[in-house]
Design a protein around this ligand. Structure first.
Ligand SMILES: Cc1cc2nc3c(=O)[nH]c(=O)nc-3n(C[C@H](O)[C@H](O)[C@H](O)COP(=O)(O)O)c2cc1C
Length: 338
């Protein structure tokens, strides 16, 4: 997010207490906060607190600072499809690294009702063993910095080497052995997957995450299924969409992925219900959240925790710093009407 917004200090917005959600022993003023990637350098917690966000997540960070993608003279290519409430980006994980952001988290003054999280991923392009040990070291730095929860981003489509040769189980097992099983305090760790995840894989993914000791799943990240989403876009946005997808690729977000994200989260919540894990485990829905209707739809599926990125900017355009207050009001009005 642009520095000029991050450093704004709007008046503190109050969220009605009925919106409060508790999970993993943490209190969230409401079950909605930013998705990873919005505050890559970790600045912005104070802004999120003042706006009324339910939590804040920094990153995604990697073990080494990354400059991000440049192509055709364009740094961090991104496009918004304004008539379709959707966007694409091919930023390539620009970030200052785990260490720098963990230091910032350590020095950040906390506010009740707004847990502070960090998103991490393995350094793309590194030898897989080294990438995982550096990732685990990074997670330890965040734990020492006192963050309230961690997200492991398993699904960023925007880096050439992200498909490390270790398979998913191998990677997550290493995190489990190197970090989860050694936690000294109850620091929840959730794993974020692409919105392109095959719904049939969900039960298997959940079983694996629960067995390894993870505490939740985020569904999901952006999509690279360009053909599928084209028809959902306003015809006036399609030329830009085709140009961006063919020139940069990247990930699609916003309304275009709304249904897939909602469906995946619902399927995960239903599967979880039948599994009855022995430790607390939550599904977080991310993808296409823009209005109260989106939050209510997932709430009706039993989901309490939500994140937004593309929709945040749409809401900011309409409500400015009142965006969380407006969302809370609309959710409560609709809940009361039912
Ligand atoms: C510009 C941009 C940058 C993003 N960077 C990250 C990131 O660093 N880490 C991550 O886990 N997701 C990242 N995402 C994905 C979002 O966190 C989110 O999963 C996705 O956009 C779907 O949510 P939305 O439809 O509300 O935008 C990024 C998305 C956008 C649009």
């Amino acid at each position: 997010m642009a520095d000029w917004i991050v450093t704004e200090r709007p008046d503190v917005r109050d969220i009605p207490p009925e919106m409060s959600v508790s999970a993993w022993g943490l209190q969230f003023r409401m079950g909605l906060w930013n998705a990873a990637g919005m505050f890559k350098s970790g600045k912005g917690y104070e802004l999120a607190v003042r706006q009324g966000a339910g939590a804040f997540v920094a990153g995604t960070t990697t073990s080494r600072p990354r400059a991000g993608n440049v192509r055709s003279g364009i740094r961090w290519p991104a496009a918004s499809y304004a008539r379709s409430s959707s966007a694409s980006n091919w930023m390539g994980l620009p970030n200052p690294g785990h260490e720098a952001v963990a230091r910032r988290m350590h020095d950040t003054e906390r506010h009740p009702g707004c847990p502070l999280g960090a998103s991490v991923t393995a350094e793309p392009g590194l030898d897989p063993d080294l990438a995982i040990s550096e990732l685990v070291q990074g997670m330890q730095l965040y734990a020492q910095a006192g963050v309230d929860y961690l997200e492991v981003n398993e699904s960023c489509p925007n880096t050439a080497h992200h498909e490390v040769s270790h398979d998913l189980y191998e990677r997550l097992s290493r995190i489990s052995e190197g970090f989860l099983r050694r936690r000294q305090s109850p620091l929840p760790v959730v794993v974020k997957f692409s919105v392109d995840t095959d719904p049939l894989q969900i039960p298997e993914l959940l079983t694996m995450l629960i067995d390894l000791g993870f505490d939740g799943i985020i569904l999901g990240n952006t999509s690279t299924n360009y053909r599928k989403h084209e028809s959902a876009l306003d015809p006036r946005d399609r030329a830009l969409y085709t140009y961006f997808s063919q020139t940069f690729g990247g990930g699609v977000s916003g309304a275009a992925v709304r249904q897939d994200a909602q469906d995946l989260a619902r399927i995960a919540q239903e599967a979880l219900h039948t599994m009855k894990p022995s430790h607390e485990f939550h599904v977080i829905r991310c993808g296409g959240i823009a209005t109260a209707a989106d939050v209510l739809a997932s709430q009706a599926d039993g989901i309490q925790l939500h994140q937004w990125y593309t929709g945040y900017y749409e809401a900011f355009a309409s409500y400015g710093h009142d965006l969380y207050v407006a969302m809370a009001k609309q959710v409560l009005q609709k809940v009361q009407r039912v």
